[in-house]
Design a protein around this ligand. Structure first.
Ligand code: ADP
Ligand code: MG
Length: 210
């Protein structure tokens, strides 16, 4: 049974921070089309602050790593995405508990709780053109893959593919939540920035957790 250690969770966050930094301008460009051009800057500021806490995180349990991430995001990222990503990591922390390793099944529960937190906080449903459109299919396909007996790396692979498909699927949607919803019909034809950062989160998971 493969296990996901605190160190792997930390590597996941570091890889995500790296992808966000590399794609900061891309995320901002997407947000300039249907928002206020700050999603890249917001996410990069938040995750650089998380990276700065790397030394404090060494040797800590998974809940502490994830909760520290949530609190750091809350204090450094404004806008919609800060509190939503903070909720994601806070709920994930609660689901993981003070353990130093969790199973792939427990990681699935963690994703489910984190997704539920984001939905509860942001009140977005699937198809509203938000980060939920990448997060929900990725979580559901991960769970389905494990249930079907697929090995952990394959489940992560499947989740990453679903996140990407969900992200691409936001293009034709009309935004119903967040700033993009102010644009109404003019939000159609643009990829959602938050779904795009969530896609990076799952690409990072695929690369680091297996
Ligand atoms: P802001 O919109 O405040 O400028 P960001 O630009 O950092 O914040 O983040 C925008 C992203 O946040 C959107 O692309 C969308 O994915 C996500 N988002 C906005 N509102 C919601 C919501 N209510 N529920 C889920 N996600 C949301
Ligand atoms: Mg914005």
């Amino acid at each position: 049974m493969p296990s996901i250690t605190s160190e792997k969770i930390t590597s996941w966050l570091e890889r995500f921070a790296e992808l966000v930094a590399q794609n900061k301008d891309y995320l901002t460009k997407l947000d300039s089309a249907i928002g206020d051009a700050d999603h890249g800057a917001n996410m990069d500021r938040g995750f650089q602050a998380v990276l700065a806490k790397k030394n404090d995180l060494a040797g800590k349990d998974i809940a502490t790593v994830l909760k520290t991430t949530a609190m750091t995001l809350l204090s450094t990222v404004g806008g919609a995405s800060g509190p939503l990503y903070a909720t994601f990591f806070l709920q994930a922390a609660q689901a993981a508990g003070p353990k130093t390793e969790i199973s792939p099944e427990e990681f699935g529960t963690l994703l489910e709780k984190a997704l539920a937190g984001v939905i509860q906080r942001g009140k977005a449903a699937l198809g509203d053109k938000t980060m939920v459109d990448a997060l929900q299919p990725a979580t559901e396909s991960y769970q389905a893959a494990l249930k079907a007996g697929k090995p952990f790396p394959e489940a992560l692979e499947i989740a990453a593919h679903s996140a990407e498909a969900g992200m691409n699927g936001t293009v034709p949607l009309l935004a119903k939540k967040g700033r993009a919803s102010y644009l109404g019909e003019r939000s159609i034809g643009h990829q959602d920035p938050g779904a795009t950062s969530v896609n990076f989160l799952f690409q990072a998971a695929r690369e680091t957790l297996a």
